[in-house]
Design a protein around this ligand. Sequence first.
Ligand SMILES: NC(=O)c1ccc[n+]([C@@H]2O[C@H](COP(=O)([O-])OP(=O)(O)OC[C@H]3O[C@@H](n4cnc5c(N)ncnc54)[C@H](O)[C@@H]3O)[C@@H](O)[C@H]2O)c1
Ligand SMILES: O=C(O)C(=O)C[C@@H](O)[C@H](O)[C@H](O)COP(=O)(O)O
Ligand SMILES: [Zn+2]
Length: 368
Amino acid sequence: MQADNQASTKHIQVGLAERSYPIYIGQQLLPQLAALLPSLPQQICIITNATVAEHYLATVQAALPAECTVIVHYLEDGEHAKSLTSYGAVMDALIDASFNRDCAILALGGGVVGDLAGFVAATYQRGVDFYQIPTTLLAQVDSSVGGKTAINHPGGKNLIGAFYQPKAVVISIDCLNTLTPRDFACGVAEVIKYGIIHDAAFFAWLEQNQASLAARAPAALVHAISRACEIKAEMVAADEREQGVRALLNLGHTFGHAIEAECYEDWRHGEAVAAGTVIAAHFMQQANELSGADYQRIEQLLQAFELPVRAPLLAESRWQQRMQRDKKVQAGQLRLVLPTRIGHAELRKVSDWPAVWAAIAALSETSQ
Ligand SMILES: NC(=O)c1ccc[n+]([C@@H]2O[C@H](COP(=O)([O-])OP(=O)(O)OC[C@H]3O[C@@H](n4cnc5c(N)ncnc54)[C@H](O)[C@@H]3O)[C@@H](O)[C@H]2O)c1
Ligand SMILES: O=C(O)C(=O)C[C@@H](O)[C@H](O)[C@H](O)COP(=O)(O)O
Ligand SMILES: [Zn+2]
């Protein structure tokens, strides 16, 4: 991972040998797409949704080289769009348009658009070029980087997918001006995650700069997004296919994905991750492996951004069934990402279900 702060546009490189790629972070980058992405092919499919298109599609289309053939495919807005049905519809559109193997898929939107578009790119004609233009904070700090592409199955989150890296990621922070407060907070949940698992100084910076980040001040945004992308780039470069350190990026997700799968559309991903993170922290505090002070700081920082710190009330059997579908489960055994202090977390095998259930129950909505 290298960072270049000399120009006003930051450039972080995800180091994956011949598949290395740049992340560009700055202001008003959409009009500069052609210069930032000089290798765009002749056939381009933009995957987006109506909410995002209303604000940004015309700028992106105007920025693409005039000689390109551009088709636009609209997904429905919402987590339900990460489905086999939507995936099939994009495939139909690409085939109907006679797009070849040298086409490119351009994801313009949040994590839903990016995850599905990436899976389309990974599988259309066994793989075509893919570019990420993330427009939510969550997508800018997490989902657009690292190549986890996926769609959901009624059985659970992200159960169908592939590791498939983009050719480049273009993060234009002005896109965040139109994001709702709720979706902005969802991105902050994943930003806080990086502080907990890897960088105590970054966590402290977030505590100290809550107000400017919540106000979406450009300098605070650039710092938070850049640091998040640097940490993610480093972990992905070290462990692209999640055999080791990359699993730490899953803090709170075993709980969070269970919440999302049970309550699709009511809970956003970032909200479920926030509640799941607090459960993981509580589990460790109860085991005397995380200090009460650190637990309080984690809960308070999430609350400061108006993120939920209590899980919905679900039956124990629903939790157990959903958590058993987590992709980190090995030989039927749960593996959870657990913080031992702010700045450090570990992936642990956990066989003591009653202790896990006690943490969930203590932090479910009725116990507030
Ligand atoms: N691949 C990964 O590594 C990874 C990482 C984290 C999350 N995810 C996935 O990402 C998804 C969540 O992503 P998300 O939080 O971006 O949700 P999302 O894509 O549903 O976007 C949230 C909402 O914001 C709208 N929106 C997007 N950009 C906007 C803008 N600039 N202005 C106004 N509205 C805008 C969307 O239309 C949507 O209504 C989940 O499916 C999650 O599993 C993947
Ligand atoms: O990039 C990763 O690795 C992550 O785990 C990032 C997570 O924030 C993200 O939600 C990811 O999609 C979860 O992956 P999954 O393997 O648990 O489905
Ligand atoms: Zn996530």
